[in-house]
Design a binder for this molecule. Structure first.
Ligand code: AMP
Length: 323
């Protein structure tokens, strides 16, 4: 099943303890699309400015990504983000965000983008996420990401966007901030109880049924109404730039789900999706921006998923325990 994504298409300036880039291709939709392109065709929706060149679009085209709904706004400036990381790569400072062409952007999705059955609402203004969600009313699986900025300035709109999706992917700190609940499980349960009540294809009521809590270098947890699953991040000795890790993770997760069109959203399917998502995110952080994922191969992903399988399974027999 093809996947549509809406979100930032950006130029990023990033500094980490291991180097810096002054202007590189970035944006949540870009990181997502590159990762998901290993599974299915991806259609990217979003605006860019006149400063965005063919060379940047070619990075996506080379991975077979459909960029026909990337709208170039005459006279506009591409979304720009500047961030800096200290030794703790789990936390970063945003030094500058320039929405540029995203200000006043009205998403007009082509028939092709509207026909996708899987949709990712990457981190962007929740109003925009809702507008795009409304244009794919029959999508079978819709996931959403967000960030502290939107929780601070557009909480109500974000909550209505969340009520209209199947899956919410947030950092653990954002989950706590959004729900006001210090405990991750309780916070996830609160989101699982949201829903806008409208019927969905298949008869079930609309609303989140899968919550993913990202915990940076510690991995991620998946919570549904009935189950819990967690994986560590793939252990890497060299992490250069975590920017886009969350979006690459989401690309792996939704890509895997889209690649299994006739399967129900079982625990087995979700666990396979988590493993592939974790593998994709781990490649993303090995170099700056999109540099590593641009060179990634299917065989490398498959090998890393097998390594993850090996390091997360245990088979020790139960031992007789003393009371
Ligand atoms: P991540 O590291 O997964 O949170 O995503 C990083 C990407 O998000 C960068 O490439 C930025 O261009 C983009 N980004 C940063 N801030 C925002 C924002 N306020 N809205 C949309 N995208 C953003």
């Amino acid at each position: 099943m093809p996947i549509t994504v809406v979100g930032s298409i950006a130029f990023d300036a990033v500094k980490t303890p291991f180097g810096e880039r002054e202007r590189m291709l970035g944006g949540a939709a870009v990181h997502f699309a590159l990762a998901a392109s290993f599974f299915q065709e991806v259609r990217v929706v979003g605006p860019v400015g006149e400063d965005f060149g063919e060379a940047e679009l070619d990075v996506l085209r080379r991975r077979g990504v459909d960029v026909s709904d990337v709208e170039r706004i005459p006279g506009g400036k591409t979304f720009f983000w500047r961030g800096e990381y200290g030794w703790d790569l789990n936390s970063r400072d945003t030094l500058d965000t320039q929405l540029g062409v995203f200000e006043g952007f009205q998403p007009k999705l082509s028939q092709r983008s509207r026909s996708s059955e899987v949709l990712f609402l990457a981190n962007i203004q929740p109003d925009l996420q809702r507008e795009v969600r409304a244009q794919l009313p029959d999508a079978r699986f819709v996931a959403l990401d967000s960030m502290n900025l939107w929780i601070d300035i557009a909480r109500d709109s974000l909550l209505s966007a969340i009520a209209s999706v199947d899956c919410v992917i947030l950092n653990d700190a954002e989950l706590r901030q959004l729900t006001g609940k210090p405990n991750l499980l309780t916070a996830a349960r609160e989101l699982l109880s949201l829903g806008d009540g409208s019927p969905q294809p298949g008869g079930r009521a609309r609303g989140p049924r899968v919550i993913v809590a990202k915990q940076g270098e510690y991995g991620e947890a998946l919570i549904t109404g009935e189950s819990f699953f967690a994986l560590p991040a793939y252990p890497l000795e060299t992490v250069i730039d975590p920017t886009g890790a969350g979006d690459s993770f989401a690309g792996g997760l939704l890509g895997y789900i889209a690649a299994h069109p006739s399967e129900k959203l079982s625990d087995e399917l979700l666990r396979g999706a988590m493993a592939h998502a974790t593998a994709l995110a781990s490649f993303n952080v090995e170099e700056f921006g999109t540099e590593r994922v641009e060179r990634l191969t299917a065989a490398e992903i498959a090998a890393r998923v097998e390594e993850l399988r090996a390091i997360t399974q245990f088979s020790g027999a139960p031992v007789e325990l003393r009371d």
